[in-house]
Design a protein around this ligand. Structure first.
Ligand SMILES: C[S@@+](CC[C@H](N)C(=O)[O-])C[C@H]1O[C@@H](n2cnc3c(N)ncnc32)[C@H](O)[C@@H]1O
Length: 279
């Protein structure tokens, strides 16, 4: 039994289970064409005659780096600089000014991008801080960025973006100030790169020890998880967030009906979440 895309239903079900077991990401059946698109290069580069042969091999082998490669290829990494803009507006206009006041004595701030993909999101925050909050240069600021995928983390650490990526969401003025052109690509300058610390963290495995966080960006990741995983993660987020901290989710995500300890705050077009009990 084959689907139009060429990945059989049993093979797709195997891939779906593999991805979900490792990352909690749920692949929907209408995404079989993506499986084919993303697995063909892996099949070719590892010497399999077809995706079918690749999957047959995976099925018989203990979990290995090839399984990880396949999982990473099937999980969406879609991202861009200043994606959806409003969370960054909120950070600049309300959240960081407020935290600069409330943390004035301790002079320390912890921000966590918990599914950072290729790095555009944490680098957007780093540029925003550099541009608009010069006083934070003398504070202890940790900008932690993590993802489960070492593939995206390697790209994020490198900080090199192609022409298409650099044009998505990044104002030219910031591009010219914080990137260097290298032939067809753009390298982020060290002054921004050094602000971000990258770590491999799988959100559905035990989290490493992290500081209490003032601002969590958990954007466009929950949307791929099932209900129980979303609830479980929000419970953990609640414990990691300082009681008066801020949570940003993707535009299609919410805490509503998942965890009632969060309050949805809308300021102009920006939405973020805070704990009801801020003490
Ligand atoms: C669609 S991207 C979103 C990137 C960025 N936050 C944004 O909004 O532009 C989703 C990211 O979540 C990561 N991800 C998926 N499952 C994860 C898990 N269990 N733990 C950590 N990261 C995960 C993926 O690797 C991917 O980079």
């Amino acid at each position: 039994m084959k689907q139009a895309t060429g990945v059989s239903i049993p093979d797709f079900n195997y891939l779906r289970q593999l991805v979900q077991d490792h990352s909690a990401v749920v692949l929907y059946a209408d995404k079989t064409y993506l499986a084919e698109l993303h697995l063909q290069p892996i099949a070719e580069s590892t010497g399999f005659a077809s995706i079918t042969d690749l999957i047959a091999y995976l099925r018989t082998q203990p979990f290995s780096s090839l399984h990880i490669q396949v999982i990473e290829a099937l999980v969406t990494n879609e991202t861009s600089f200043f994606r959806d803009i409003y969370p960054f507006e909120a950070l600049r206009r309300f959240v960081l000014p407020e935290l600069v006041k409330t943390r004035a004595i301790e002079r320390s701030l912890n921000i966590w991008c918990a599914a950072c993909s290729n790095g555009q999101e944490p680098y957007s925050i780093a540029m925003l801080i550099r541009e608009h909050f010069p006083m934070l240069a003398s504070w202890s600021v940790r900008l932690i960025a993590s993802d489960f995928s070492n593939k995206v983390l390697a790209r994020a650490r490198q900080g090199i973006y192609n022409q298409l990526e650099i044009q998505r969401g990044l104002p030219k003025s910031l591009r010219d100030r914080y990137f260097e052109k290298q032939e067809c690509e753009w390298q982020i300058k060290d002054e921004i790169r050094q602000i971000v610390e990258f770590h491999q963290i799988n959100l559905v495995q035990p989290w490493p020890s992290l500081p209490n966080i003032d601002v969590i960006f958990l954007r466009n990741a929950l949307i791929y998880f099932d209900l129980a995983t979303k609830k479980h993660l929000l419970k953990q987020v609640k414990q990691q967030l300082r009681p008066d901290g801020y949570l940003f989710l993707g535009s299609g995500e919410t805490t509503i009906n998942l965890d009632e300890s969060f309050e949805r705050v809308q300021l102009d077009k920006s939405i973020y979440y805070r704990l009801h009990n801020k003490i």
